[in-house]
Design a protein. Sequence first.
Length: 368
Amino acid sequence: MGKPFDVSKFRKDITKSIDGLSIGFHDPTDWVSTGNYALNYLISGDFNKGVPMGKVTVFAGESGAGKSYFASANIVKNAQEQGIFVVLIDSENALDETWLHALGVDTDESKLLKLSMSMIDDVAKTISTFMKDYKAMPEEDRPKVLFVIDSLGMLLTPTDVDQFDKGDMKGDMGRKPKALTALVRNTVNMIGSYNVGMVCTNHTYASQDMFDPDDKISGGQGFIYASSIVIAMRKLKLKTDADGNKTSDVHGIRAACKVMKTRYAKPFEGVQVEIPYETGMSATSGLIDLFEKKGLLVKQGNRLKYTTTSGDEMIDFRKAWTSDKLEVIMKDVSAQDGLSIDDIVETNEVIESAPTETIIEEENGSTS
C-alpha cells in the first residue's frame, strides 16, 4: 500500500513558496446593512444583512440615482455602528462633512479616514500599503475595516493627466478599463482572507443596443466579473407626499435598484426605494411592492391581504401597511429556517391546493 498523501506538508510547502496565498474558505461572517430591508434581502437573502465584508460590492447608476446615499452614507453609518473603521476615498470631491453628518456618519478620525484622490494608481497604492501593514499586525489587534470608493468612474490614469496638460481631451479609453479591472482583481485577492470589505460606486451610460436596453456600467466588464455584488440604479422622480398622495411637485427620488449580480440570492431582482428630500429613506420602503410581487401580499379588492404563519389574516389599504405591520411579515419570513420568499410562497400554494382530506390524514399519521 502506497504512502498516504501528506496534506499538512503540502500546505506548508506552498505557503512558503507562494506569497499572498490564501488557504481554505472565506465565507462572509460580517455584513453591513444598506439601510433598506428590501434591498438587503435582494442582495443577501436576509432582511438584516446587506453587503458582505471580505467582498467587493458595486453600486452603479446615473448621476443623482442615490449611489452615494447608499454607499458613502447609509453603509458607512451602519458599518460604524458595528465598530467597523471606514476608509472613504472620494474621487469626485463631492462628499461634504455637513452632508455626511446630516445622514448620521461620524467623521471623527478614530472612526473614519477620508481621502481625496483622483488617480487609479494612487488608490491601488493606498490599498496595497494598508494591507501590508494590516497583515503585519497580530491577528487579535486587527480592526474590522471597510473601504468605500466614491467613485471608480471619476478616477484617472496618468495618460488622462498628460493629455489634459497638453490640451488633448481624447481621454485614455484603452488603459482605464484595464486599470480598473486590475485594481479590483488585486483588491479581491488581498481583502478576501482578512474580512476587509470594499464598496464602490460607478457611473452608467445609456445602452445603444436595442436588443439589450439595460444601462451599461462604465469601465468595462473586467471589474464586474471580479465583484461579488453589482447593483444597477436608475433615478425616478418621487411625486407623492408624506401621506402617499400623488402630487405634481417632486418630493424626492425613487431609486430603482436592480441586483445584476449576487452570489447570495437570486439575481436580476429589483425594488424601487423612495428617498424623500425632507425625511430621508425609510428602512421599510419598497417592502410592500416586494411582498406583493412575490405573492405574500395578495390583492383583495382595493386592499392587500397577508396570512400569517399562525393562520391569521391581516387586511388593509396600501397606505395603511405601516412599518410595524410589514415587520410582522419579515419576522414570519425570517423564521422559516432559511427558506426564501419564493420557497415559502410555493410551499403555501402546495398546501392550499392539496385536498382537505389528504391534509387531515397526514396530520393524523394515516397512510391509507
